[in-house]
Design a protein around this ligand. Sequence first.
Ligand SMILES: *Cc1c(COP(=O)(O)O)cnc(C)c1O
Length: 490
Amino acid sequence: MDTYEPPLYELSSPGKHGANLPALDVPKSPLPDALLRQDNLADFPELSEPEVIRHYTRISQRNFCIDTGMYPLGSCTMKYNPKVHEEAARIPGFGAAHPLQDESLSQGALQLMFELQNYLGEISGFDAVSLQPAAGAQGEFTGILVFRAYHLSRGEGERNEVLVPDAAHGTNPATAAMAGFKVIEIKSDARGNVDIDDLKSKLSPRTAGMMLTNPNTLGLFEEQIVEVSRLVHEAGGLMYGDGANFNAILGICKPGQVGFDFMHYNLHKTFTTPHGGGGPGSGAVGCTAALAPFLPGPRVRQKDDGSYEFFTPKQSVGRMKVFHGNFGMLVRAWTYIRTLGPDGLREVSETAVLNANYVRVKLDDIYPPAVDRICMHESVLKGQIAGAKGVRTLDIAKRLIDYNFHPPTVYFPLLVPEALMIEPTETETKRNMDRFIDAMRQIAHEAVENPDLLHEAPTTAPVRRLDEVRAARQPILRYNAEAFAKLREG
Ligand SMILES: *Cc1c(COP(=O)(O)O)cnc(C)c1O
C-alpha cells in the first residue's frame, strides 16, 4: 500500500500566501527604486501559514537529536542541553544587545563575560581566558598562533615543529599544518599513553610544542602527563591541551596544574551549549600568565570603579572572530556553571565516567576494548564480533539507527581498527543505557545469525545508506528541484 505521507517539497501554488495584513489606513509612501527588488520572484514558493509550519516541523523531525534520544557520540559529548539556558540567552538585555552598543550600555553583558572568563580559568587552572574563538578547531588555531608569537618574541623563530600523538583528533595536525608548522607524529604505547621513548626521540631545538588531548581520544587518562609536560618544557616547547574531553575531569584535575600552557574549552560539548546542527559553538581558550599577552581580544577586565571594559593585549595575535565571539553561547555556558556550582560540576564528571565504564563493562565480552583499562568519560571498543563474517563497524552503527539510537563515533581514533567510540555522558539514565546495551548485544547476535539485517540497515530512517563522501564533498545545501530529481535517479 502507498503511504499517504504528503510531499515535502513542491507544495507551492500561485497566489497563495500566509500573511494577513489589515487594510492600509495611512497614505501610501513610495519606497525609493534602489530599495525595490527588481528581479522576478517566479521561483519563490507561495504557501499558506499551516503549510509552512508543517514543512519545517516535518523536516526537523527527520533529524535525530539529543531531545529525542540517546546520542553516544564519543569525543563529542552530546549531552542534554538544559532549557533554562535558552531562557537566559533570550533575556532581552542579552538576546537583543547590539554588538556595537556602547560599553556603558552593555555592563551586564560585559560582567557575564568577565565572570565566565574567571570561572573557566578557575575550573582549568589557567591565569587568563579569551572567549573569542567560535569552535574547538578555531581555539586550536588560536593556540598555535600564540605559540608562534611567544617563540618569536623570544627570538626562537626556528621552532617550526609541532608534536601530535597518533591518537589525536584530525583537527590537531590540521591546525599545526595550517599555522605553517611541520607535524611530527608521536606513537602511543600498549597502555594507550604517549610513548615516552618515541617522544624523547622527537624532541629537539625545533620543537615549538605538543598538542595533547587528556583524557586522550582512547578515553584514557594520560598516566605520565606530568612527565610528558616536563620533557616538552625542557626542550623549550609549549604544551597545548585539546580540551574536548574536559567532561571527564571537571573539579577533579586542572590542566593548568599538570603542565599545560594553553587549552581550548568546547563550550558546546562540556558546557552544554547547543551542538552540531543546533550550534553555533564556542571554543574559548585559557592559558598561563606567560602566554596571556598574546591572547586574542577583545577580552573583558574590571576597572577600579568596579565597571567593566574591553581590552586587547598589546602583543595579541589579533581577533579570531567578529565582535565578541558567539555571545549567546557564553550566556548558556555561564548559566550552566552557575546552576551546578563547583560540587555539581565535579558530579557531572564523576557520573560521566561511571556511565562510560558501566557501558564498557556490559559490552566488552562481545566488543573487545581497544585497551583493557578503566576508562574516563568514553570507551573505545572494536566492532569485531566473534563469528560474524563480513560485518564491519559501519554496519553495526547503521543498524543502531533502526533501534532508535544515534550511532557512536566510528573509525576514530584512527589507530584502532574498526573503532566504536562510546560516550553515554552523565545525562543518560541507567534505564536508557541498559536499552542501548541490549540493542548492542542484540545486534551482535544478528551479526552472526543474519548479517544481512546489518548490511541493509538502516531500514526505518527517512533515508537509507548515504554516499557520505559525496555528501561532504558536494553538499547541496538548499532545495533545488533539478538536483533532487537527479539524486533520486541515482
Ligand atoms: C570536537 C573535537 C575537536 C574540535 O572541536 P570543534 O568544536 O568541533 O571544532 C578537537 N579535538 C577533539 C578531541 C574533539 O573531540
